[in-house]
Structure formats: structure tokens, C-alpha cells
Design a protein around this ligand. Sequence first.
Ligand code: UD1
Length: 332
Amino acid sequence: MKVLVTGATGYIGSHTVVELLDNNYEVVGLDNFSNSKREVVDKIKEITHKDFKFYECDMLNKEALENIFKENEIDAVIDFAAFKAVGESVSKPVEYYINNVSSILTLLSVMKEFNVKKIVFSSSATVYGKPKSVPITEDAEVGGTTNPYGTSKLMVERILKDLYVSDETMDICILRYFNPIGAHSSGLIGEEPNGIPANLMPYIVKVASGKLECLNVFGNDYNTKDGTGVRDYIHVVDLAVGHVKALEKLNKEKQGLFIYNLGTGKGYSVLEIINTFEKVNNVKVNYKIAPRRPGDIDECYSDPSKALKELGFKCEKTLEDMVRDSWNYENK
Ligand code: UD1
């Protein structure tokens, strides 16, 4: 089976390409390197000892995209090509909507032209907004997103649902990720955010390595076990495996539109993450309690039972694996 992976050199894209190649899928990768590096292509080949076709291409360039479909008989698409910095999305909404919404519209129209019906879409738990209760199931209400990044994910989910209504021969799988952290155990690929990281784990790593002075823990008066925010952190390799399972499902089942949470179902607080990171890696993380970050919520973790039941997907990695692999990547 030949799979087109857009955003193939990004954080989650690159780990998914590794899993696909390891599972003997034929991969065609695409990226414009707007937030990733060309060398990731070789790193993937080094990890897997396998080759794959790669195109430097912007998804807004319809002609270039058509060429890829002409040159390769694509069976399915996994779409990772999107910007993902929440703060940046607030100051650059137009850029975010163009990159995250217009680009998939171009992709979907080219898929239609070439009669490609299977797509796995990279969505986020951010579509749940402020959840009414935890753990969050897939039928929880969506909406109430507080930034253009989140809204762009919600919009694309809506577009895919409308598309399915118009064409029930489509096979669509929407995956809502919780908080991906960690890196491939080789230390060759991992997360490299531009500038000062906004997310917790990349920030911890920079503080531990002395590149940043001190982590601000945003609030210790939340309604949680120790007052700090609780999230469902998932190892990026587990997340990548989830995509392979989603493809298997689209291959096996009759047509449909499916939505799955990808998370562990466990919630860890900011202090638990810091403590585990320090203990496992034997390194100090300077931190201080700071005011709450606007828009943050107390707790967000998944009910992962639907993915287990329907995809046979279960996270294998522990929190210890996640913090060790994040640190290993930084050191390599
Ligand atoms: C954020 C995004 C979400 C996105 C996800 C990707 C927001 C509101 N949400 O989720 O849309 O899909 O990243 O992984 O930005 N924290 C600190 N200090 C820091 C950074 C974070 O204490 O320097 C705390 C936060 O308050 C939160 C937890 O760590 O309790 C996790 O934060 P983060 O990694 O930014 O993820 P989310 O906010 O859950």
C-alpha cells in the first residue's frame, strides 16, 4: 500500500514515517521544511534502513501536488502538514488558516481528481475546548476553541464531516492527539520547536540543559491533585503506531468516518512531570511557581477505550520512557 505523508519531516510526521516503513508500507513523503529540517529524511532512512520517495513541496501548490499523485499511485494520505504553535496562531491567524485549512482543501481536491478516498487527519484534543468532564470521550462536545490553531483543527474536522456526507465512499479517520512528548529511542529524530518553546516538555529539556534558566510552572491553584495542570502525555512513538492502526482500519472496514482519541488515559501534573524527569535523567530542573497562563484548563485527559476497542491501539510506553527519550534527543 502506498501512503502519502504530508508534513513528513515534522515531529509527529517523521515518527509515523518510521512506523509505516517498519510495517512495510510504501511511503511517499512531502514537506516544505517550514518547520522542519531536510536532514530528517536521511535520519528516517538511517533508523529504518529503508528508502522512500520524498518531495519538497508546498501543499498550497496544487500543480506540484498533482504531479506527486501523477507520479505515484497513492492509496491513502496521512495529513500532518500544519502549523501548531498556539501563541503564534493568535498573532498570525491568516497564516494559520491558510496553512492549516486552505492547504488541506487543495489536498482534498487533488485526492478527488485522482480518486483517492482514504485519509487520516491529524487533529487535536484542543477541539474539545474546556471539557465539561474528564476523561474525555470522542462524543464529548467540541467547540469553544480559544485560538486560531485550535479553531483551524475544528474547521478541518467539520470540512471532513461535510465531505463524508457528500461522498460516503470516502474513508476518513480523524485522530485527536492529547499531549505528544518523547522522541525516537535512537535519538535521531525528535521535537525541535522554533525559538523559545511554549509547551512543557521542550521547555523542561531546555532548562535541564542550561539553555534556559528556569521553568515557570503556570499556576499551582488548579483543582487537581497538587494544584498544577494535569494533562495526558503520550509518547510520540505510540502516537505514530496509532496512525498505522488507523490505516489498517481504513483498509479493513467498509467506508466510514471514524474519530479516535489518541492518549494514554492517564493524567500527570506539571510537578509529576518535572519530578519524573529529574529522577529518571538524574538532572535538575529549576522551576518556580508563576501565575496561571490564560486559556489553560485544570485537567485534560482521554478516555482511550474506543481506540483500544476499534483499532486495537494501546500505548506501550511509560512516562519514564517519555522523559528519558525527550532528554536523550536533546543530548544527541
Ligand atoms: C497545548 C495547546 C494545545 C496543543 C498542545 C500540543 C494551549 C492552550 N493548548 O496544550 O492546543 O494541542 O499544546 O501539545 O496552549 N506549562 C507550564 N509551564 C510551561 C509550559 C506549560 O507550567 O512553560 C503547563 C501548562 O500550564 C499545562 C501543562 O504544562 O498545565 C501542559 O502545557 P503544554 O505543553 O503547553 O500543553 P497544553 O496546554 O495542554
